[in-house]
Design a protein around this ligand. Structure first.
Ligand SMILES: Cc1cc2nc3c(=O)[nH]c(=O)nc-3n(C[C@H](O)[C@H](O)[C@H](O)COP(=O)(O)OP(=O)(O)OC[C@H]3O[C@@H](n4cnc5c(N)ncnc54)[C@H](O)[C@@H]3O)c2cc1C
Length: 341
């Protein structure tokens, strides 16, 4: 029976399938409406959320492109994580400047042109940081202050604590008997028959943890497809590779080599590799997050495709989707599943 009309906008329970970044953010967003939530997670250890660095970077790629809808998504993300910190008394989001080292004279020219476009100059910190003697900064550096990282593992732990016995270990492959079922399965969504028409594009990423003595630990550093994120105790996460179409979670010698080679263009200090992990980013369609109701089932929802910018993008659209599920407003047309298939 199609219970859609009663479910959306009603008070029926919501079952969330998947306890990664997407499912956890949806759980908090629905809780803001007082909606009853049950989350089922099968407990995979090497998921994108458990391996990711969690960085928010306002300007990315060789073309120095401002992140999509950054002006809206950044305050929404910051407000969302801050609200959880206030409720739990635990810090999960670490706002931290990001120093972007430029690669070439062409890139310097590109940035100067970018500055004529509204929104770019606003990303720059009022007080730029000096890259210092250990970084290769022959073409100069930019400092962005609307940046930082989410400790995603800690966020998942807080969500589990918040849900108590409403977080259960288990797997669900079809809609729950009652209420709405929201599939937040990450790359595993690609093998869910309910979404077999959706083209998932796995993007494996490898990431290293390094020990680097003597490098400043108060900033994220980025250059030429590699970044260093300080995580305390002279340790840094460093990544990440992009291996399109690859969907295993095995670290490889080739992946490590790619990262270390790129690191050579950035750092003048020795490093020691202390860990090496890999996981698969969930990318769908045109590499953008999609959410909303299944085109043929009004009690089945979808929140996926967080790609490489889930930390920045997910909070705004989770709140939008939760509002819709609780009877307020419509889903943003740019991400609405039903309008983008
Ligand atoms: C190396 C690497 C670095 C990254 N760095 C960043 C970064 O710096 N910044 C950023 O924003 N993003 C980054 N990402 C991307 C980010 O990790 C993802 O966008 C995000 O974590 C995806 O979250 P998710 O919840 O959609 O998927 P997942 O993390 O895969 O979570 C899905 C969960 O659902 C569970 N599950 C799946 N199917 C079922 C089922 N049928 N029943 C029960 N449970 C199920 C899985 O076990 C898993 O726990 C990175 C990713 C990688 C791999």
């Amino acid at each position: 029976m199609n219970k859609g009309a009663e479910s959306v906008g009603g008070t029926c329970p919501v079952t969330i399938v998947g306890g990664g970044l997407a499912g956890c953010i949806m759980a908090w967003a629905l809780r803001e409406h007082g909606r009853e939530v049950l989350l089922l997670d099968r407990g995979d250890e090497l998921t994108a959320s458990r391996v990711a660095a969690g960085i928010v970077n306002p300007v990315t790629g060789p073309k120095l492109t401002k992140s999509w809808r950054f002006e809206e998504l950044w305050p929404a993300a910051l407000g969302f994580y801050t609200s959880i910190e206030e409720q739990t008394g635990r810090q999960i989001f670490h706002q931290m400047p990001l120093v972007r080292l430029l690669d070439s004279g062409q890139q310097v020219d590109k940035w100067n042109k970018r500055l004529q476009t509204p929104g770019y100059a606003e990303c720059l910190a009022a007080c730029p940081l000096d890259p210092g003697k250990y970084l290769k900064s022959e073409y100069g550096a930019l400092t962005f202050d609307r940046a930082g990282y989410l400790d995603i593992r800690e966020f998942i732990n807080l969500t589990r604590d918040m849900l108590g016995d409403h977080w259960r270990k288990g797997e669900l492959l079809e809609a729950a008997d009652d209420g709405i079922t929201l599939f937040c399965e990450g790359i595993a969504g690609g093998s869910n028959p309910l979404f077999e028409w959706m083209s998932f594009k796995p993007a494996k990423g490898e990431i290293l943890t390094l020990h680097i003595a003597g490098l400043a630990q108060d900033r994220i550093i980025n250059r030429g497809g590699v970044w260093l994120l300080p995580v305390g105790g002279e340790q840094f996460r460093c990544g990440a590779t992009y291996d399109w179409g690859c969907s295993d979670s095995k670290p490889t010698p080739e992946g490590r080599q790619v990262i270390e080679k790129r690191l050579d263009r950035l750092l003048q200090l020795p490093h020691e590799v202390v860990d090496h992990q890999a996981a698969v980013r969930p990318v769908v369609r045109e590499s953008k997050l999609l959410c909303g109701m299944h085109p043929a089932h009004d009690r089945i929802g979808f929140f996926n495709g967080l790609g490489s910018k889930g930390v920045l993008n997910a909070p705004f659209f989770a709140r939008n989707f939760a509002d819709y599920l609780c009877g307020h407003g419509v889903i943003d047309p740019e991400v609405d599943l039903r309008g983008n298939i």
